[in-house]
Design a protein around this ligand. Structure first.
Ligand code: MRU
Length: 374
């Protein structure tokens, strides 16, 4: 089957929505810390609230935090304008750069967030307009990014489904579905497309300790979409892969480096090793906005650590009071373990620096274009 032959469903859930104009609008975020039990919407009229929600993972996943960061920049720019209505354009741009920094720094590992903020700041700097029009332009740029990521999901779903077609039993790690972006997801997109196209599939989701994105979020959205699934302890992944009951592993990525190394939720590397060792293909589905031409290898990425509340993070009830924790949020899977990359641009098998070069060039062009339409 060709990508165009598949049916693309609506996302089972959409985690972020902007309402209104740049003057009076606000950002609504589905609080993912409360899922699956409670579907609580948070409303933000200030950037500080969005930054806090990015940091506490109420909004999470690489594309979603890029989009949320772009909307946060609109709120921050509006606040500057409201505080100092008589500001000159250069003064406004200076203030804007200052308020943008904490947004870009809210989480360190996924490239989408700092890349979106940097690009939208560049747009503002390149604009000859007065501050009011610059803020309006920032909203236009955020909405263009939102729409771009939605379309990218559909394309990843179609390309991934075409590549995976004929395989029916899948394993995924963490959550890379519609909760991490503005469309049907990255890693889960091909599953939704196969399912909507009438293929009988089954997805096993690793629980994804310690924050349980697989148990709480992947299970929640697969159930909503009606895709048959099971959740397992992370430690069951190697055994399941050895059993011959999985046809492909598919995950998302928080950052893909110039050499193809994949930074993703902690535990992904172990799953990729077990997949390779048992002859099961490992596929990474991520939009071009997750590619980072400026980071040579996975060794150059700052891996987010969550040591502040390590005891609660690792084992709330049972840990000794003086627990010393090792608490990385992500790990690096070497490019050599990846069987195929799926993006909106298509599929690359056995990726290496040379094969990835055209995608990296496209990613750089997207991240530095000076008009908001991507
Ligand atoms: O810490 P999170 O929940 O934001 O991490 C997200 C992941 O690691 C996802 O698994 C993912 O693949 C990247 S987002 C598409």
């Amino acid at each position: 089957m060709q990508p165009a032959d598949f049916t693309v469903p609506e996302p089972p859930v959409s985690p972020l929505r902007w309402s209104g104009s740049w003057r009076d609008g606000h950002l609504r975020l589905l609080d993912q810390t409360r899922l699956p039990r409670h579907e609580t919407w948070l409303e933000h009229r200030t950037a500080a609230g969005v930054i806090d929600d990015i940091q506490r993972l109420a909004v999470r996943g690489a594309p979603a935090i890029g989009i949320a960061g772009a909307y946060a920049l609109v709120l921050a720019a509006r606040a500057v304008l409201e505080a100092f209505p008589a500001m000159s354009r250069p003064e406004f741009l200076e203030q804007l750069a200052e308020v943008a920094q904490p947004i870009a720094d809210a989480r360190p590992t996924a490239v989408n967030l700092p890349a979106a903020v940097a690009r939208h700041l560049e747009l503002a700097n390149a604009s000859p307009d007065a501050p009011e029009q610059i803020v309006a332009g920032l909203l236009e740029a955020a909405q263009a990014l939102d729409a771009y990521e939605k379309d990218a999901c559909e394309a990843m779903g179609r390309h991934g489904a075409a590549w995976l077609f004929g395989r029916t039993r899948f394993l995924t790690h963490c959550n890379a579905g519609s909760l991490v972006t503005s469309g049907i997801g990255t890693a889960l997109a091909p599953f939704y497309v196969l399912h909507a196209s009438g293929q009988a599939i089954h997805v096993t989701a690793d629980e994804s300790r310690p924050l349980l994105q697989g148990l709480r979020l992947t299970a929640y959205e697969l159930a909503k979409a009606g895709v048959p699934y099971a959740v397992q302890a992370d430690s069951a992944a190697a055994g399941l892969l050895r059993s011959g009951k999985i046809d492909a592993v598919v995950t998302g990525a928080d950052r893909i480096c110039a050499n193809g190394d994949v930074v993703n939720k902690v535990g992904t590397y172990g799953v990729a090793l077990a997949a390779r060792s048992n002859g099961v293909p490992y596929v990474v589905a991520a939009p071009l906005s997750t590619l980072d031409a400026n980071t040579a290898t996975g060794d150059d990425v700052a891996i987010e650590d969550r040591p502040a509340d390590a005891r609660a993070y690792l084992a709330p009830e049972t840990a000794p009071a003086d627990l010393v924790a090792h608490a990385p949020a992500f790990d690096v899977t070497p490019a050599a373990l990846v069987s195929a990359f799926v993006s909106e641009a298509g599929v690359i098998e056995q990726p290496d620096r040379r094969l990835l070069a055209p995608w990296l060039a496209r990613a750089e062009a997207l991240q530095t274009r000076t008009d908001p339409g991507r």
